[in-house]
Design a binder for this molecule. Structure first.
Ligand SMILES: [Zn+2]
Length: 492
């Protein structure tokens, strides 16, 4: 997500499902045999398959937003089948989730908005009891640590966005968002994936994804990763997508609308696809900078971490580093600018490949993306020099720390404010001065290479930098990230 701009200056078809509902809570009983489990997207090999083992995570309870996510669940694979009818704004879906239980329990929970009415749930092919209250889908079945299961559900409803825990002017809600013309887009940081599918919606849990999206003819459903096929029949266009590396739920994107698909090629033959509004050719021309942006960042960070790259442009005021396919808002010039393009591509190393495992460590993503995009790229390509950029951050950092708290201890209602951008960016520059350019840049490059496709945190990061540099840097990180006073920064 780009830094907050202001910190620079200051169903009608649902009758059958509705019958299941009771006020405020829905549930199913195991005594109701229901229909046979859907046959869609059951991973070959069933629950014991090892194909998705690279998605084994260490899920944790979030310290900032503990109500979202369940550390009992380690999702390995989501298979989503989504059908969107713009009128009457009805999402009909089936989902297959392969997961590993991390501990014993009599039940486990997924996040799923109550706007979506769950018709049936099966666990390992058998109907299972569940309760769906507010955004908590609780499956009432005992699990053992290390056991693997396939959960399947069918649901439908009119999704609504989720209120975002921030006063940022560029977004006030997250998740499934319907434009006036019935088209759909999503941005879902720090949570909000649960507005459209049952997710363990916390960043420590990475999983693989397949998605099949059925959209009205003339529109197309766009998702992260590689487009496997796109076909049209009976008035619907069906797009099948595969995301070949594990991703956290906040880094998933889906949009359904009238997009023009344009292919391009990046460094080493990297396939690039732009999904842009047909009536905004200027935006497409601007995004054509992407191959050079990827090449620039590869020069600093090493090989781009994913097999495909894409940019999806949606009617939003913000932008997101969604994995391997960025989601950029078309409503401001800033969110489709080269600066933001470079920032969101930098996140593919710092944010997507290596992800904070707790929302208190958002600074890990934003500080480095800000540093790379502005102190490096803007300073060498724009008309503002590096020293001026660093001085501007220094001028803003103290006020941001006072207003929103230290970067690693921000108030839960102040998600994504200037403190998690400017302060850690200055911190990285101070560390560069301390270690010297050669060692600093070597380690900036080695961190994502060593930790690719994992979630990390302040402790693992400080320990790794200390080991790699041969200096105990834990007090350094501590004072910048937790302290109430701004550490000294000397521009050089
Ligand atoms: Zn960002």
């Amino acid at each position: 997500m780009p830094r907050p701009a202001r910190s620079l200056a200051a169903p009608l078809a649902l009758a059958g499902l509705l019958a299941l509902l009771t006020a405020g809570c829905s549930g199913g009983r195991s005594s109701d045999p229901g229909p046979p489990a859907p046959t869609i997207a059951v991973p070959a090999g069933g629950p014991q398959t090892t194909v998705y083992d690279a998605a084994v995570s260490h899920p944790r309870e979030d310290t900032v937003y503990p109500d979202v996510g369940d550390p009992t669940v380690d999702a390995l694979y989501y298979g989503l089948d989504l059908t969107w009818q713009p009128r009457p704004q009805l999402l009909t879906a089936s989902e297959t989730l392969l997961f590993r239980a991390t501990r014993s329990g009599n039940a486990f929970r997924l996040d799923l908005s109550h706007q979506l009415f769950v018709r049936h749930v099966w666990l390992d092919g058998q109907p299972v009891s569940f309760q769906h209250t507010a955004k908590d889908l609780v499956v009432e079945h005992a699990v053992d640590p290390g056991s693997r299961h396939v959960l399947q559900l069918v649901y439908a409803g009119t999704p609504e966005p989720v209120t975002a825990p921030t006063d940022r002017p560029d977004f006030s809600t997250t998740g499934w968002t319907v434009a006036r013309d019935g088209t759909v887009w999503t941005m879902q940081e720090p949570y909000g994936a649960y507005s459209w599918y049952a997710a363990n919606d916390q960043p420590s849990d990475k999983a693989y994804y397949d998605a099949t999206i059925h959209a009205p003819q003339g529109q197309v459903g766009v998702f992260n990763g590689a487009l496997r096929s796109r076909t049209t029949s009976h008035g619907m266009t069906t797009a099948r997508w595969h995301l070949p590396e594990p991703a956290s739920s906040y880094l998933i994107t889906v949009a359904i609308g009238h997009f023009t698909e344009t292919r391009d090629t990046g460094p080493h033959g990297l396939p690039i696809t732009y999904w842009t509004p047909a009536d905004r050719p200027g935006i497409l021309r601007q995004l054509r900078y992407a191959p050079r942006a990827v090449a620039y960042l590869e020069g600093l960070l090493g090989r781009y971490p994913f097999p495909t790259f894409g940019v999806l442009v949606v009617p939003s005021n913000s932008a997101m580093e969604t994995q391997s396919t960025l989601t950029l808002g078309s409503r401001t010039g800033y969110t489709v600018s080269r600066d933001v393009l470079v920032h969101e591509i930098a996140h593919q190393w710092y944010g997507d490949s290596v992800t904070p495992d707790d929302w208190s460590d958002l600074w890990m993503s934003e500080g480095m993306a800000t540093y790379l995009a502005e102190a490096s790229w803007t300073a060498s390509h724009g008309n503002v020099g590096r020293a001026a950029i660093l001085r501007r951050w220094a001028a803003l950092a103290g006020a941001a720390r006072q207003a929103y708290g230290p970067p690693a201890r921000y108030h839960p209602d102040s998600f994504g404010e200037g403190n998690v951008y400017y302060i850690p960016a200055l911190m990285w520059d101070t560390l560069r001065q301390r270690l010297g350019d050669q060692e600093f840049w070597a380690l900036v490059r080695r961190w994502p290479a060593t930790h690719r496709f994992t979630s990390q945190n302040r402790d693992t990061l400080a320990a790794w930098w200390s080991r790699a540099s041969g200096q105990d840097l834990r007090p350094f990180f501590h004072s910048w990230l937790w302290g109430h006073h701004e550490p000294p920064w000397r521009g050089r």
